[in-house]
Design a protein around this ligand. Structure first.
Ligand code: FPP
Length: 247
């Protein structure tokens, strides 16, 4: 942790937590045991981000495509999520962490949805860090929803199409009010975005690692952050222009 430059930390980290199944296979366990161990990584990374001072952390916990997995696995993931939310409420309150969810959460099993809503409501006043869970989330779906809203508003002349800006569009996404991710981490050696925050990641730095999610803990997060701090974020400008504005 001491090697980190505290003045150059990402404000928002997004993570595609991948490799639970392969971790389980490597340990001769069933896939669900992999998800259980993955939940321990969630705990560890949330705690770590809070301690380092990362204000926003988004975790891709369940994609809209994940419903296609075997029923038993979907059920187990929902149970793990419910248990996680119940068991972490105390710690979220103690650590001043606010919970938010993005995605079509209305389609989650009613028990999970109730615990989720309850946790979001109880932690709403917390301000040290925001943990965002992407649940039944798909970026194309989110963008289409925003387009439909805008089309409907334009249809009833509530807005004028010429006045639609990047900001007004972003304000109709599930992530409204949140800063875009500065750093995306994907574990398990897969190099895809998998329909995750496509609009929001236009200028995000990508970090891919072979480490499987259940093995991704404090040490691995630190490695990702050190790599991030080596990057030069130019936002379309040249390196020379950036040096000039910094001096
Ligand atoms: C990908 O691994 C992981 C998921 C689809 C689910 C992520 C869920 C958790 C980490 C646990 C529950 C979440 C919370 C927030 C408590 P995979 O199954 O696709 O792995 P594989 O590619 O090796 O099969």
């Amino acid at each position: 942790m001491d090697q980190l430059d505290k003045t150059n930390l990402p404000r928002h980290i997004a993570i595609i937590m991948d490799g639970n199944g392969r971790w389980a296979q490597n340990h001769s366990l069933g896939r669900i045991a992999g998800h259980r161990e993955g939940t321990e990584s969630v705990r560890s990374i949330v705690e770590c981000c809070r301690r380092i001072g990362i204000p926003y952390l988004t975790l891709y916990a369940f994609s809209s495509e994940n419903w296609n997995r075997p029923e038993k696995e979907v059920k187990a993931l929902m149970t793990l999520l419910e248990r996680y939310l119940k068991s972490e409420l105390k710690s979220m309150m103690r650590n001043n962490i606010r919970l938010l969810a993005i995605g079509r959460t209305g389609a989650l099993p009613p028990r999970v949805k109730a615990v989720l809503d309850d946790t979001v409501a109880k932690t709403a006043g917390n301000a040290a860090m925001t943990l965002i869970l992407a649940l039944n989330y798909g970026s194309h779906d989110e963008i289409l929803q925003a387009v439909r809203t805008i089309a409907e508003e334009a249809g009833r002349r509530a807005i004028d199409s010429a006045s639609i800006t990047e900001e007004s569009f972003a304000a109709r996404l599930h992530t409204r009010g949140l800063p875009d991710p500065d750093l995306l981490i994907r574990t398990s050696g897969e190099y895809r975005l998998s329909n995750f925050l496509l609009w929001q990641m236009a200028y995000t730095e990508f970090y891919f690692t072979e480490t499987l999610w259940p093995d991704f803990r404090e040490e691995q997060l630190l490695e990702a952050l050190l790599e991030y701090q080596k990057r030069e974020r130019r936002f379309g400008q040249t390196s020379a222009q950036l040096q000039k504005t910094r001096s």
